[in-house]
Design a protein around this ligand. Structure first.
Ligand SMILES: [Zn+2]
Ligand SMILES: [Zn+2]
Length: 256
């Protein structure tokens, strides 16, 4: 690429950042300011071939894409893509799970960065990829992102699932519902707890303040580990009348 073209691209990217910066909420401005200083390169290898997704073609190819033979209900590996034994014996409250990736490096590192360094660029990339992944069977009445307790929201400054859900909602024209459900119990991070404690921990964690009678609801989360949080949220929306609940997640942990 010739040197002048290179700078034209940089200036264009900087101008796009200025426009986005001026439109965003105050707590997003630090991130946008960083984008303005450092126009987007590949989030994984820093190449300038990142394109609109923010991840270059080579890195995208090497991502830990989810397996094709998985249980339709919980998205864990299952021969032939049949319902797994666990879902037959003790069915979760959600009906289906779609996952884009397996929760492995480098995706795990990317998601950690996203949570703790506020890399909202990644919400755009992951949201677009997830929307493409589920587009063929994306009939739903609303998307409910996994709610954070208000204390955690204050600490972190943003809800990573909401940011991804905004992109998916826009791409697939499915309304986002941010008001219906709230996390009413401040729970410690699930990753720090053993499996049985995670289930117990989620009891009474959510509240739904509106009727979802007969609705097909999508619950969107970044990572599904044991599924305890999504199961508790699914129980809550079904108790509010939802007829069908799908989980859409960026990544699924395969071993617990
Ligand atoms: Zn790359
Ligand atoms: Zn299953």
């Amino acid at each position: 690429m010739d040197k002048n073209n290179h700078w034209v691209i940089h200036i264009n990217k900087a101008l796009q950042c200025v426009i986005r910066f001026s439109c965003c909420e105050p707590n997003m401005r630090v991130t946008r300011f960083m984008e303005l200083l450092f126009p987007q390169s590949c989030l994984l290898c820093s190449s300038w071939q990142a394109g609109s997704l923010g991840i270059c073609g080579n890195c995208l190819h090497d991502m830990p894409w989810h397996l094709s033979n998985t249980c339709p209900q919980c998205a864990l590996p299952s021969p032939g893509g049949h319902l797994c034994g666990h879902c037959i014996q003790a069915p979760p409250a959600f009906d289906t799970t779609r996952s884009l990736f397996q929760y492995q490096f480098p995706l795990s590192a990317l998601l950690q960065q996203y949570k703790y360094r506020q890399l909202l660029t990644l919400a755009h990339s992951l949201g677009n990829l997830l929307a493409e992944h589920v587009r063929q069977q994306s009939f739903a009445d609303c998307i409910i992102p996994m709610p954070l307790h208000k204390q955690r929201l204050q600490q972190r400054g943003f809800n990573q699932s909401v940011e991804i859900a905004k992109v998916v909602s826009k791409q697939l024209h499915i309304p986002l519902n941010l008001q219906a459900c709230a996390r009413i119990k401040p729970t410690p991070p699930q990753a720090s707890l053993p499996y049985k404690q995670r289930i117990k921990n989620m009891h009474g964690a959510f509240d739904c303040n509106t009727s979802l009678q007969g609705m097909k609801v999508v619950l969107l989360d970044d990572v599904m580990t044991t599924g305890a949080s999504l199961n508790a949220l699914a129980k809550t929306v079904k108790a509010a009348g939802a007829s069908h609940v799908e989980c859409w997640v960026i990544a699924r942990t395969l071993s617990q």
